[in-house]
Design a protein around this ligand. Structure first.
Ligand SMILES: Cc1cc2nc3c(=O)[nH]c(=O)nc-3n(C[C@H](O)[C@H](O)[C@H](O)COP(=O)(O)O)c2cc1C
Length: 186
């Protein structure tokens, strides 16, 4: 197989499209983020890489809390807006209606079907970006997006990010922790 070198870059095949919620000077601010994933099982943790220049970074530093909000494909315009415009230029507190959970300082977007409320566990300085690791204190989900007590991807219809493009979730190709059982050594 022919391989070419693409050089070092922060590549990942697919990423989620999320909104990071943080209060900056007492007002909610939402920032689009794709560089995010799960960080730990016990205790439950998630993480997001945020450029030091972002307005959101100030809010996380100020309160030591933040939220990750999962928008639906139908919210792609508002979601992209939060990635095009900074809270330093425009008050984004009205783009999504906010609610607060146990922490009182991590704003969450009511319209998003799933929202993850976090306390800041650690911020790792990686250079241009700080990797913020958050301990999950609560997850709020729309009842309509739940199947058997769990968030249902087909009902949430989240936005997948790759190649500076938004996609929806494609077809199922197998069952995890199961498909591999069919493997046969050649
Ligand atoms: C699809 C998309 C994904 C983004 N992902 C990130 C990210 O993971 N980390 C980051 O620092 N900025 C990311 N950005 C850029 C910020 O969302 C953008 O600079 C935003 O205006 C920052 O808002 P703020 O200054 O109000 O925090 C992304 C933008 C878009 C459109």
């Amino acid at each position: 197989m022919d391989k070419i070198k693409l050089g070092p870059m922060p590549y990942m095949s697919v990423m989620p499209t999320l909104l990071v919620g943080a209060n900056v000077r007492g007002k909610p601010n939402y920032m689009t983020a794709a560089w995010a994933t799960v960080a730990c099982m016990a205790p439950p943790m998630v993480c997001v890489a945020i450029n030091k220049a972002r307005y959101t970074a100030k809010g996380i530093e100020e309160n030591k809390t933040f939220s990750l909000n999962v928008p639906s494909a139908s919210q792609v315009v508002k979601t992209d807006h939060c990635g095009l415009v900074s809270g330093t230029q425009e008050d984004k507190s009205g783009v999504f209606a906010s609610f607060y959970g146990n922490l009182k300082t991590a704003p969450m977007a009511k319209e998003c079907p799933v929202t993850i409320e976090c306390t800041l566990f650690k911020s790792i300085d990686c250079g241009s970006h700080l990797l913020h690791i958050g301990q999950v204190v609560e997850i709020y989900a729309d009842k309509a997006c739940i199947t058997d007590g769990k968030p249902d991807i087909t009902k949430i219809n989240p936005i997948v990010y790759a190649q500076a493009t938004y996609f929806d979730v494609g077809k199922q190709v197998g069952r995890a922790f199961y498909a591999g059982k069919a493997y046969k050594k050649e």
